[in-house]
Design a protein around this ligand. Structure first.
Ligand code: LIP
Length: 263
């Protein structure tokens, strides 16, 4: 059954705003912080946000499969579903738990062929909602957005994830000879800012589907390119490994610089 992607986008925008209002209200209150791993935290706000989003999506789309960062696979069985939701209830949880205001709610819709159909990224502290539906463009608070025209890497502002371990050296190689490098701690926010022309590119490895599926559609509908480090739309990239999103003018140069990092 085909979906009315415009209607789905509008509905998911409201769900993201509702979840954003919840996490924003709790942002200023004492948080219950738990450790998934020693350096990976989750708060009660993450869980409450995901519960709100999952309940709304399951009510509206009972035949769809959902994958949430905190609750894992939910809804209709994955082997029966035609559509798949990837939910990050707070992308940038470490920021959120530390009182840093760069965090987002990220919700993405894909089909069985891993086409990005709808994406919504909402930053509650800025009240900025980025959204897109395949074939219908990308917007920021309802106004059209497009990637910046940046043909020369020397003029590029790049967003990066957490460079660590053996890859830190490579990150520094990639991030030389550019206008600037910034890390805001939320993949979805980086992607939204690539789509709106605030950043010219973003790359990171070792993240997850739920981190990137809300922003991926927004970047693609804003005229950006989303591939792995070798320029392919690979399963690894769709799962948040070797993930690269940028304005087309610097894609070839970023691929050349990132190739040594490719897993
Ligand atoms: C975050 C990502 C970010 C990465 C962080 C973390 P989370 O997702 O959005 O790009 O650098 O380590 O994985 O865990 O806050 O949803």
């Amino acid at each position: 059954m085909s979906l009315d992607l415009i209607a789905v986008r509008q509905q998911v925008e409201q769900i993201a705003r509702d979840a954003g209002a919840l996490v924003l209200e709790r942002f200023h209150q004492p948080l219950n912080i738990e450790f998934k791993h020693r350096h990976d935290v989750v708060t009660d706000a993450d869980k409450a946000s995901e519960a709100l989003i999952v309940a709304a999506l399951m009510d509206a789309y009972p035949t769809h499969h959902l994958v949430g960062e905190e609750g894992g696979g939910q809804g209709a069985p994955a082997d029966e579903a035609e559509y798949f939701w990837y939910i990050d209830p707070i992308d940038g949880t470490a920021n959120y738990a530390s009182g840093i205001p760069t965090f987002t709610v990220s919700i993405g819709l894909g089909d069985r062929d891993d086409n990005a159909l709808v994406g919504v990224v909402y930053q509650p502290t800025a009240d900025e909602l980025f959204s897109a539906a395949k074939g219908h463009g990308a917007t920021l608070n309802g106004q059209p957005i497009h990637v910046r025209h940046t043909p020369d890497i020397n003029d590029a502002m790049l967003g990066i994830g957490s460079p660590f371990g053996a890859k830190a050296a490579h990150y520094s190689e990639v991030a030389t000879g550019v206008r600037g490098v910034r890390g805001f701690g939320s993949a979805a926010l980086h992607l939204a800012w690539v789509a709106s022309g605030r950043l010219d590119g973003f790359f990171e490895s070792g993240i997850s589907r739920w981190d990137v599926w809300g922003g991926m559609c927004v970047v693609e509908e804003a005229g950006g390119v989303v591939t792995d480090y070798r320029g392919e739309r690979s399963p690894k990239m769709l799962n948040g490994e070797a993930f690269l999103a940028c304005t087309p003018g610097i894609h070839a140069e970023l691929r050349r610089r990132l190739a040594p990092l490719s897993p």
